[in-house]
Design a protein around this ligand. Structure first.
Ligand code: FES
Length: 82
């Protein structure tokens, strides 16, 4: 039996029609995660619309259970660095 190791943290980025337009946030999160060397600890997922479109873009951090609304680069940077 083989053992699979998963990162202990995850970032879910909404990829719905409203949030998906904010490509700068998605690009920044992926780039920062890689440059920070945290890509083995934090896995990034796309998620479908969560009906919070008025607050686009939505980014969700687990296991902290932190939902960012109107997420921008600075907000994401602060959370990833923590
Ligand atoms: S498109 Fe992101 S919450 Fe609807």
């Amino acid at each position: 039996m083989s053992k699979i190791t998963f990162p202990s943290k995850a970032i879910f980025m909404c990829n719905g029609s409203k949030c998906g337009k904010h490509k700068e946030v998605k690009k920044y999160i992926k780039q920062l995660n890689k440059e920070s060397g945290t890509d083995d600890k934090i896995e990034i997922f796309k998620m479908e619309c969560s009906d919070r479109c008025k607050s686009a873009p939505i980014v969700y951090f687990q296991p902290e259970n932190v939902w960012l609304e109107k997420a921008d680069v600075a907000m994401c940077k602060e959370l990833i660095e923590k």
